[in-house]
Ligand binder design. Sequence first.
Ligand code: AMP
Ligand code: ZN
Length: 142
Amino acid sequence: MADRAADCIFCAIVAGEAEAQKVYEDERLVVFMDAFPVAEGHLLLVPKRHSKDLFETEVEDLRALIAVSKDMAEAIRSELAPEGIFVCQLNGAAAGQTVFHYHMHLIPRNPGDRVRPGSQHGRIRGDPAALVRVAARLAAAL
Ligand code: AMP
Ligand code: ZN
C-alpha cells in the first residue's frame, strides 16, 4: 500500500500540509488535537502510513499506537484529571467512521458530560486558541 492517499486530510496533516495542533510525533505516528472535540483534551492517534481501517493497518503500527496511547492517557490524566478516558476506533461508515485513515480517539470523560462518540462527534469546531493551549499542556506533560 502507498504510504499516502490522495485527498486524505490526515495524510495532509502527517505531511505538514494541513494544520493540526500536534502533541506528539515519532517515526510511525502522530498525535494531534481533534479539531472538532467532544471534550477538552480529545486526541487522535494516527499512523503516518495511510491505511483505511483496522483491517488494513500493519500490526507494527497498531502496536506502536497502543503503546503511545498509554503515554497520552497519562498526560491527559495528569493535566486534565478527568474521571475517565474513553478510547474508541471506528471502522466503516456504518460504525460512524468519517475520516478513512485509521485513527484512535482518546476522549476525557466526566460524570454528567454528554459525549456520544460514534454518533455526535466531529460536528462543532473547537476554539483554535484553546486547542493550542491544551496541546502545549499535554505535550509538556509527556
Ligand atoms: P472518525 O469519525 O472516527 O473517522 O473520526 C474522525 C475525527 O477526525 C472526528 O472526530 C473529527 O472531528 C476529526 N477531524 C476531522 N478533520 C480534522 C482535522 N482537519 N483536524 C483534526 N481533526 C479532524
Ligand atoms: Zn491518509
